[in-house]
Design a protein around this ligand. Sequence first.
Ligand code: PEP
Ligand code: MN
Length: 341
Amino acid sequence: MIIAMRTGATAEEVKRVVEEIAKQRLQSQTLEGQERTVIAVLGKIPDRGYLANHLIAFAGVESAYPIAEPYKLASKGAATQTVTIGEGERALKLGNGRVIIMAGPCSIESEGQLEIIAKEVKMAGASVLRGGAFKPRTAPRNFEGLGYEGLKLLKKMGDKFGLLTITEVMEIGDISLVADFTDILQVGARNAQNYNLLKALGKIRRPVLLKRGMSETFEELLSAAEYILDGGNPNVILCLRGIRTFEPATRNTSDIDGIAVLKEKTHLPIIFDPSHAAGYWQYVPSLSKAAIAAGADGLLIEVHHKPEEALSDGGQSLKPDKFAELMEELRLIARAVGREI
Ligand code: PEP
Ligand code: MN
């Protein structure tokens, strides 16, 4: 951590900071510049956030910058590993270079609906079926999903078509139930920093796909992932899904830049969700192609056979024929950047 003293800070003020660092059982080195003094705190700091906040309260201190990242297990330096999804024949690895496509409806609406969509996405080459059973809705009195019935349908269609599955979990109390029915548990943007939920997901071993919050920085996203990792679950997948900005032409503003940034900071696999980033189906193909070219480990795409009748997110869902066309294009892009779908 680097402590910058104010220009004109007195020798007495510098001394008090140095003494305080020693009191915290840490070492320091003082560098006297022409205009100001800088103090480097050396050694392993147990709680950087606390120390930085504590030291800026001292007279003469202008700022305190932690140097190391607040997330250790999520950082690039930690043991690199792939995340295995599912078991047996269907099992696949995420983060080993192969591009994994997850697709399906926003919400599971009925057996017939999920069956048609599952069949189509499987034929087009997806390996994971998505579908919400517990839906977080921005306002009440909208379709909130089929709950338990939806979970059963997701498992049934996953088994029927040989697809792995992903669905959202919103509550701690639902974790073990959802884990019994699906291969990946999704934490949605609205729960991205629900630390009690994240801690509870650290206690299981099923892969967790953690979405970026609508106004979450990359450091906050990685720190949220750290809660799951710290609990003992190493199987964390990050998902970028656009962030809230001033631009109304798209539902969110695509955070494709995050693929490059996160690839530098973490070993965790990165999925891009073009459907929620764009909010309109017309933009989904461009964002999908860009994400693969940028190095995403996979995509999470909403597909519906009758988007105009969908109970949620119809406007951003691709019809199966458009999805199949996109898959062809994605194969070309993947090959061009030395990868396979
Ligand atoms: C979803 O995947 O349907 C969803 C609700 O996504 P998000 O949490 O990114 O809004
Ligand atoms: Mn959705």
